[in-house]
Design a protein around this ligand. Structure first.
Ligand SMILES: NC(=O)c1ccc[n+]([C@@H]2O[C@H](COP(=O)([O-])OP(=O)(O)OC[C@H]3O[C@@H](n4cnc5c(N)ncnc54)[C@H](O)[C@@H]3O)[C@@H](O)[C@H]2O)c1
Ligand SMILES: [Zn+2]
Length: 367
């Protein structure tokens, strides 16, 4: 994919009680990261955390930019992948921070996917009771979702994301050029999350995905830029209205109640997050129609759109009993299982406890 010359980046503000900042979206931003980082004037030291491909391709550019601005910089490469998102890796980060004498006015940069962002964010949240973190997301999922909103954390052997903290970043720098090196499967999965914003908040996202699915998958300039900006406006708006998920933020879980169960039943190996959410959105569309919330056409539109992106809409191998065991465990399930339904493209709301028989029937339909 050709790299585009840098054009003026787009800024999307996030305003929360826990911190206000800009998401800066553009191309060629890594070499100019200092300008967009919003660092405090007293910042002297910066630890850049990365793994895998981003540690080789992108973190060195961030390190060079920070060094050129006169900051003391240490690059810490951590093991790649979800299995490394744990307290052992975080303990290693604390040792690096201590050795480097990372102080209260200093900062951590997370350069990578959601795993790096969640873990580096958590390490920053807990170091000296909270130092600045700048999120530099390089997967589509991290760019449109995990880097924004301040949720940080790591996994325990007993469950995902069980240890964590809310810690809003100092800024989020989204360089769309980084998507060109991402595996195609990860780009498709990220588009599952993008489609979610279409169903809950912005129908233009749905039309773009329907009109140009191949350009979206290829992360073609123009198409992906508009999709990412629109997704982030939605995420920023929801997070600004409801930082800690008391109300509106729960709508971001559209397709996720069943999506999380599908992911867990597949041992977090069979499906990427966005693929599991695609199945969850097929379930959610059918539920929306079944409870009289949406027109029947929502189901066909959902299936056609997701299939057009190469995302799964059926063929689930998990048993209904297995899925139920994870649905009950979902930490968002307080009194019974709550689901987000779509009323029409671009509008969503929460419903409590549909009948278990209905849920069974709709889970069956995912096979
Ligand atoms: N904090 C939140 O609000 C939130 C929201 C959703 C998901 N998450 C978390 O995000 C994680 C998943 O994130 P993910 O899907 O980004 O996975 P990931 O971070 O594991 O990245 C996937 C793979 O892509 C590689 N990679 C990253 N950028 C690349 C690039 N530009 N080119 C080539 N390879 C690249 C990574 O090194 C990794 O191997 C999960 O742990 C999930 O819990 C958090
Ligand atoms: Zn998600």
């Amino acid at each position: 994919m050709p790299q585009m010359p840098a054009v003026n980046p787009v800024r999307v503000p996030v305003i929360t009680p826990g911190g206000s900042y800009d998401i800066v979206i553009g191309r060629g931003l890594l070499d100019d990261v200092v300008r967009y980082a919003g660092l405090a004037p007293h910042t002297r030291r910066v630890v850049v955390i990365a793994s895998g491909v981003p540690a080789k391709l992108y973190a060195p550019r961030v390190v060079d930019a920070l060094s050129a601005a006169g900051l003391h910089v240490r690059l810490v490469e951590v093991p790649d992948g979800e299995q490394a998102k744990n307290l052992t890796t975080v303990a290693g980060l604390y040792e690096e921070f201590a050795d480097f004498e990372l102080g209260r006015d200093d900062a951590v940069f997370a350069v990578g996917g959601g795993v790096t962002g969640d873990m580096a964010g958590f390490a920053a949240a807990s170091w000296h009771r909270g130092v600045a973190v700048v999120q530099v997301p390089t997967t589509l999922l991290a760019q449109v979702d995990s880097a924004v909103g301040g949720k940080t954390g790591v996994n325990l052997p007993s469950g995902k994301n069980l240890v964590g903290a809310f810690h809003q970043p100092r800024s989020v720098v989204v360089d769309l050029d980084t998507l060109s090196t991402l595996e195609e499967r990860d780009r498709r999965a990220g588009l599952g999350e993008v489609a979610k914003y279409g169903f809950i908040a912005d129908p233009v996202v749905l039309s773009l995905l329907e009109e140009s699915p191949d350009d979206a998958v290829a992360a073609a300039p123009g198409v992906i830029d508009e999709l990412v900006v629109r997704s982030l406006r939605c995420k920023a708006g929801v997070v600004s209205a409801d930082e800690k998920e008391a109300g509106e933020r729960a709508l971001l879980n559209y397709g996720h109640t069943v999506g999380h169960a599908v992911e867990a039943a597949g041992g977090y190996a069979r499906y990427r997050h966005g693929e599991a959410v695609a199945l969850g959105m097929v379930f959610a569309a059918r539920l929306s129609v079944a409870v009289g919330e949406a027109e029947p056409s929502l189901v066909d539109r959902t299936v056609a759109l997701l299939a057009g992106l190469g995302l799964p809409t059926g063929g689930l191998e998990a048993t209904t009993a297995e899925l139920w065991s994870y649905l009950r465990r979902d930490k968002k399930a307080r009194d019974g299982v709550r689901f987000v339904v779509c009323s029409k493209p671009g509008a969503a709301r929460l419903v409590d406890q549909p009948s278990a028989d209905l849920i069974d029937e709709l889970l069956d339909s995912l096979r």
